[in-house]
Design a protein around this ligand. Structure first.
Ligand SMILES: NC(=O)c1ccc[n+]([C@@H]2O[C@H](COP(=O)([O-])OP(=O)(O)OC[C@H]3O[C@@H](n4cnc5c(N)ncnc54)[C@H](O)[C@@H]3O)[C@@H](O)[C@H]2O)c1
Length: 370
């Protein structure tokens, strides 16, 4: 694909406006944004006008038929990822779909299988991996500085940060709550940092005891995950809330590795982001940028000097810029994709297994999905 890549975006919400479209515009010499679709005509039209996109639609199939894009971004609520991805693939498009790709592991697998059959690219937008701190951690892992990893943990806690827009709080639309919104990113990143070991089993628990009883708690859009503001804001309706606000679990990975995690939109704990990777040579406290190890007879703490010269560091969704560049490099020059199908499927299986474990109060094994 030597010429400019024709791109269309399905949905005109927060992530389309704040991340996908700006990332494509940044690549204007290699990409042509041809159209946007949204079931809400006002959103579609305003988004097209805001970004100078020449065409807008409320009928996605009509857009695909008329515009014949090479690449499509699927940015709808989770519930509609699969149908829009399958539709775009059936029209011969490559697809970058927001995370999580689908509500179940089975659907995620069906999507990748169909992409393979169509000979097209399908990639999940697990853009957190591009954060500097995570790529540094992965570099330490790759170079053997941490040794054999046998334990890892993350904690991604919002004290009160339920998204106040869209349909994140409805199970039928989002699949789940904090784990599907935040946890999916952190799970993907922490597994990637340690070479993507395969999931073996999980024990998890979830809760939803605050959201439904708190109507007037004050929080900020930034705390809810929309640092650039939202498009299509809707009033938050606590009585609709039917997903988990807090999730915690323990995971066994191949090679005897073990992982603990907790993540929340609302919990009576301090806000926290923590990720620790523990190897037999050293441990890396990713969020604190500190290596714990020994030197001779002494315990040492090492603070790597990371000079952040990232030209996109002020972009709130810079990961999308790097991901779109990787996708364009892949489509035009056959570059290796940064996020592989088997890695996304591994995370999808963990999330599916978590909800079974939380509902049934038991350990769930990966083999149950074969
Ligand atoms: N990668 C990230 O960092 C990140 C961050 C936030 C959200 N997301 C993901 O992006 C997706 C969208 O989130 P958002 O915050 O933009 O939501 P949003 O509510 O702001 O936008 C959703 C848009 O989709 C439209 N829509 C609904 N059904 C549609 C359909 N069938 N066809 C076309 N348009 C449809 C709505 O009208 C709305 O404009 C979710 O999957 C979410 O998990 C990813």
């Amino acid at each position: 694909m030597a010429d400019k890549i024709r791109v269309a975006v399905i949905s005109a919400g927060m992530i389309a406006n704040a991340a996908h479209i700006p990332a494509y515009r940044h690549l204007a010499d290699r990409v042509e944004l041809v159209a946007v679709s949204d079931t809400n005509p006002v959103s579609a039209q305003q988004t097209a006008e805001r970004h100078g996109i020449p065409n807008w639609y409320t009928d996605t199939e009509q857009m695909l038929r008329e515009q014949k894009p090479d690449l499509v971004s699927v940015c709808t609520p989770n519930r509609f990822h699969k149908e829009n991805t399958m539709l775009a693939l059936s029209y011969g498009c490559n697809v970058a779909c927001e995370k999580p790709l689908a509500l179940t592991y089975a659907d995620t697998k069906e999507m990748f299988d169909y992409a393979g059959k169509q000979g097209k690219m399908l990639i999940a937008c697990q853009t957190l991996r591009y954060d500097r701190q995570f790529s540094v951690a992965r570099e330490f892992y790759d170079n053997g500085e941490l040794g054999r990893i046998y334990y890892s943990e993350f904690s991604c806690i919002r004290r009160r940060g339920i998204p106040k827009w869209g349909t994140f709080h409805k199970k039928e639309m989002n699949g789940g709550g904090a784990l599907c919104d935040l946890g999916v990113h952190l799970l993907d990143a922490i597994l990637w940092i340690q070479g993507c070991p395969k999931f073996e089993s999980i024990t998890g628990a979830s809760s939803a005891c605050l959201a439904r009883k708190e109507k007037d708690i004050i929080t900020s859009l930034a705390e809810s995950g929309a640092p650039s503001g939202v498009f299509n804001a809707r009033p938050y309706a606590p009585e609709e809330f039917n997903v988990e606000e807090f999730a915690a679990g323990s995971i066994r990975l191949e090679g005897g590795q073990f992982m603990n995690f907790k993540t929340s939109w609302a919990v009576n704990l301090p806000p926290e982001f923590r990720m620790n990777i523990c190897g037999d040579k050293a441990g890396y406290l990713v969020a604190d940028n500190k290596i714990l190890s020994t030197m001779g007879r002494y315990q040492v703490d090492i603070e790597p000097k990371i000079f952040d010269e990232d030209p996109l560091k002020d972009e709130p969704f810079s990961g999308h810029f790097y991901l779109m560049e990787n996708i364009v490099d892949h489509l035009q020059h056959d570059a290796e994709l940064f996020i592989k199908p088997e890695e996304t499927l591994n995370v999808a299986k963990i999330i599916d297994a978590f909800y079974i474990s939380a509902a049934e109060g038991r350990e769930v094994k990966a083999s149950e999905f074969d």
